[in-house]
Design a protein around this ligand. Structure first.
Ligand SMILES: *Cc1c(COP(=O)(O)O)cnc(C)c1O
Length: 334
């Protein structure tokens, strides 16, 4: 597989005793919130493979989609510009005639001059077709546009997390991380990260016994099907990978996703504040906050786990009112 070197690797593995006590197990954190500067997070690992593919195909434009505060769209826009590609983003918002405020991820999209096109939630369900139409629009002008699916979650993108598991195996061999972890835990929004981790565990089984994906939207059945599709795509590209073994290693937990995608319970926001105050670790409300909250509330907690911190800081900064309210609750209680 062709790959661009975009990430600062290896990302650190990090351990904090006060956080162990809060979460209720020995918790190692893979700091994939540190994969880069402003482009940091999990998406850049997928984009190492996706943008390499785009360049190999001679594309001059990349088209992708997501919510208005999509971390994936932001990482794609920044990295596309770095490689001389023009980013086009189809972003979901309740009413496109009232554009969302240019804060957080959207501010960065604007800064690099991404061609941002807002679409309704109903249109977003037709995103594959709409992105193909954008590609056709550029083709008519003689430009090749490379379409990246939501979250960069397809077979090509999943190789980013196969590589991340290899990186964990190397960190274990170097003594930076205990061997034989019970669990690799990660937030799950479009399934590509969980799919890559599960595939990686089939290749490097010494890293951990199982993987847990904490859904932040949809449900368990949806993600089991999505991960099955993505892993099958990856196996078609690299027959040494085994999709069905990968799926058997993964548990999807959907009971911690909160009221809706991007909407948290007060308990979830309070948890983010507690984690920040005991350990300095910052979690975002949409993904990592819900996932670590889920791990901390599993009925059968592992003894020793690794949480993949997938980033999302710009999304946290865009939710300043809610986060500030949770911080004020903590001040009042302490
Ligand atoms: C996209 C994202 C995820 C989820 O990864 P998927 O591969 O889409 O399941 C988790 N955390 C953050 C911060 C993200 O931006």
């Amino acid at each position: 597989m062709k790959r661009l070197a975009l990430c600062h690797t290896p990302t650190p593995v990090w351990h904090n005793r006060a956080l162990d006590a809060l979460v209720g197990c020995e918790l190692w954190v893979k700091r994939d919130d540190m994969t880069s500067g402003a482009a940091a997070g999990n998406k850049i690992r997928k984009l190492e493979y996706l943008l390499a593919d785009a360049l190999a195909q001679g594309a001059s434009v990349v088209v992708t989609c997501g919510g208005a505060q999509s971390n994936h769209a932001r990482a794609t826009a920044l990295l596309a510009r770095e490689h001389g590609l023009q980013p086009v983003l189809l972003l979901r918002t309740p009413d496109p005639s009232v554009p969302p405020p240019p804060v957080g991820n959207l501010l960065l999209d604007r800064l690099v001059g991404a061609d941002v096109r807002f679409i309704t939630p109903a249109q977003y369900r037709e995103r594959e077709r709409l992105m193909a139409e954008v590609a056709a629009e550029f083709a008519a002008r003689g430009q090749r546009a490379y379409v990246i699916p939501e979250g960069g979650s397809n077979g090509v993108g999943s190789f980013g997390y196969v590589s991340a598991v290899e990186e964990l195996a190397e960190q274990q061999a170097a003594g930076d991380l205990p061997e034989g972890l019970e669990l690799l835990a990660v937030a799950c929004g479009s399934g590509g990260t969980a799919a890559g981790i599960a595939l990686g565990l089939t290749r490097f089984p010494e890293v951990a016994a199982r993987a847990a994906a904490f859904a932040v939207c949809d449900d368990r059945v949806y993600f089991e099907q999505t991960v099955a599709r993505i892993t099958a795509e990856a196996q078609a590209l690299d027959p040494t990978l085994n999709a069905s073994d990968a799926c058997a290693l993964l548990d999807v937990h959907d009971q911690f996703k909160g009221p809706a995608y991007g909407v948290s319970t007060p308990e979830q926001l309070d948890f983010i504040v507690r984690v920040a105050r005991v350990s300095g670790l910052l979690l975002d409300p949409t993904y990592t906050g819900k996932a670590l909250f889920g791990l901390a509330h599993l009925p059968q907690k592992p003894r020793r786990a690794l949480f993949v911190h997938t980033g999302g800081l710009p999304g946290l900064l865009a939710e300043s009112e809610l986060t500030a309210a949770a911080a004020a609750r903590a001040d009042a209680g302490s």
